[in-house]
Ligand binder design. Structure first.
Ligand SMILES: Cc1cc2nc3c(=O)[nH]c(=O)nc-3n(C[C@H](O)[C@H](O)[C@H](O)COP(=O)(O)OP(=O)(O)OC[C@H]3O[C@@H](n4cnc5c(N)ncnc54)[C@H](O)[C@@H]3O)c2cc1C
Ligand code: SF4
Length: 349
């Protein structure tokens, strides 16, 4: 096992970088600055392959995908905030993603594996059990807030398809309309209709905020527990006056190992604008690097309602949106009544 040969930096030696795609279309189509895609392009350009997460054709589930060409990389773009099946469709059949990585390494193919911390850790455990030579493996991990259930995405997609009476042909929850951190859901239908709504005000966004697997509230892959060569995330907290700022998105890279350094050196600096970043500033603005998602009392209730009454009712009941709407309606009704009284008294005078 070569993992031990690759020196891991002690925490105060962690290095941080920020960056974004120079090409505006590529930047718009990525979740943050496109750091994951830019690293993937470097590996593909060198004849290697990249394992990342793609939606299934109906957008209801997410699973691994083995990209072997620049065109393949399109499927990986964008964060999928749902749990991922650890399987991959390759050579006309489904197989375990970990065993396909093993086969690729055995064929001496350079591999970049992109995933959340628990998946990267499971990959290393599998490769260790197979006594695999991992000198050709690079791992990149996403800072992780904890995805929600595939039941949420399946019900959300179903409800949109029913509402617009058409199949969805393109879908993202990280569409950039204005400032990149204000993410939108964007669904394009076969009929030509396009639907958009702010992600964090959607049923999907609410579900992400309250409902994850129990393991995500007590995650071992935070702080010193991150297993990958480098960690990728959104660079929040960057002032718009900072020269490294871009309103369309900025990625942050935290390099943990010597191999992570080597991976960074493969980035094409003519197409990706890379700068160094202050690690303390980066961590201060990205608490999910070291902290757990907070579990609220709503989690259990939401899970029960999701199964019994469906996504929308679960959101309405748990978020108190109904109460909010009623409160608003009452306020509007009383304002209209008040206005009518004023007009009535003015006419009487
Ligand atoms: C569930 C989840 C929670 C996250 N929470 C945070 C957070 O709290 N703070 C933060 O800074 N960043 C978080 N991220 C990461 C962030 O959303 C971006 O994915 C990351 O910054 C990469 O953006 P990019 O522009 O470089 O990637 P792009 O170029 O858009 O490529 C996206 C990459 O993400 C991978 N990917 C997409 N969905 C998944 C998934 N479900 N599991 C594993 N890999 C996936 C794809 O394989 C692809 O390589 C989270 C991501 C996910 C999936
Ligand atoms: S929060 Fe931790 S356990 Fe949950 S998906 Fe992310 S890395 Fe895995």
């Amino acid at each position: 096992m070569h993992k031990q040969d690759d020196s891991v930096f002690v925490p105060n030696e962690l290095r941080a970088f920020s960056g974004y795609y120079v090409n505006q279309d590529k930047l718009r189509n990525s979740s943050s600055g496109g750091g994951a895609s830019a690293l993937a392009e470097a590996i593909i350009g060198n004849g290697g392959c990249v394992f990342g997460v793609a939606y299934t054709d109906n957008f209801k589930r997410a699973e691994y995908y083995c990209a072997e060409s620049m065109e393949d990389l399109e499927k990986l773009k964008g964060s999928k905030y749902i749990e991922t099946d650890k399987r991959v469709f390759y050579n006309n059949e489904y197989q375990s993603v970990y065993s396909l990585v093993y086969q690729k390494l055995k064929e001496s193919t350079e591999v970049l594996f992109i995933g959340v911390g628990c998946a990267v850790s499971a990959l290393y455990s599998y490769l260790l059990s197979q006594r695999s030579d991992i000198s050709g493996l690079y791992t990149a991990e996403l800072i992780c807030y904890g995805p929600t259930s595939q039941k949420v995405s399946a019900q959300y997609i179903d409800s949109l398809e029913q509402r617009f009476d058409s199949k969805i042909i393109s879908f993202t929850v990280r569409h950039k309309k204005g400032f990149w951190l204000e993410a939108y859901v964007r669904a394009e239908f076969a009929s030509g209709t396009v639907f958009e709504e702010p992600f964090y005000r959607s049923d999907y966004g609410y579900a992400l905020s309250v409902y994850s697997r129990l393991a995500c509230y007590n995650c071992r892959f935070k702080g010193h527990g991150h297993p990958a060569d480098l960690i990728l995330g959104d660079y929040r907290g960057l002032s718009k006056h900072d020269v490294r700022f871009n309103p369309l998105g900025v990625s942050v890279f935290i390099v943990r190992t010597e191999k992570g350094n080597r991976l960074m050196s493969k980035l094409d600096r003519t197409t990706f604008c890379l700068s160094t970043a202050n690690i303390d500033h980066v961590l201060k603005h990205n608490e999910m690097y070291y902290a757990n998602k907070k579990r609220t009392k709503k989690r259990e209730e939401f899970g029960r309602l999701l199964d019994t009454e469906g996504l929308h009712k679960a959101v309405v009941k748990c978020s108190g949106r109904l109460r909010y709407r009623l409160k608003n309606t009452t306020w509007v009704v009383s304002a209209i009544r008040h206005l009518k009284q004023l007009i009535f008294f003015r006419d009487k005078k």
